[in-house]
Write a protein that binds this ligand. Structure first.
Ligand code: T3P
Length: 127
């Protein structure tokens, strides 16, 4: 079965992508990364940095989690490049259509960490 760390990597890490993603980035990536089966995941953020750099966040400053169901959140010391995918109305599972938002934006990223050694297991999106 997929571990929480593996799920985080599948859903949120896209290290390869450099530069501004095109209009089809989210439609393609959300499908390729398995977030459009059964239902369309409504919002998902990809982080365009090396996994090492994202993993390191777990050893940076602790911060309260915005999501009350999460624990052990840590905030990146430096802004990281992200792209947010937002589901468009009228989408159906298997044919989910997304808006590419905040393409390649530099923002502080907060993750919930777990395991030993600590690894990111959830993205804690800002409100
Ligand atoms: P996960 O817990 O699998 O990392 O907040 C609910 C889920 O949606 C959570 O998934 C994080 C994800 N999400 C983003 O990735 N980006 C966003 O901007 C928002 C609002 C949610």
């Amino acid at each position: 079965a997929e571990s929480q760390e593996e799920k985080f990597r599948r859903q949120h890490v896209d290290s390869g992508n450099k530069g501004n993603p095109g209009k089809k980035y989210c439609d393609q990536m959300m499908a390729k990364r398995g977030m459009t089966k059964g239902k369309c995941k409504p919002v998902n953020t990809f982080v365009h940095e090396s996994y090492q750099k994202i993993q390191d966040i777990c050893h940076e400053a602790s911060t309260p989690c915005a999501n009350p169901n999460m624990h052990n959140c840590h905030k990146s010391a430096h802004p990281l490049r992200i792209t947010q995918c937002r589901l468009k109305g009228g989408s159906k599972p298997g044919k989910c259509r997304y808006l590419v938002k905040n393409a390649n934006k530099h923002v502080t990223v907060t993750v919930a960490c777990g395991g030993k050694p600590l690894k990111p297991i959830h993205l804690d999106p800002p409100k």
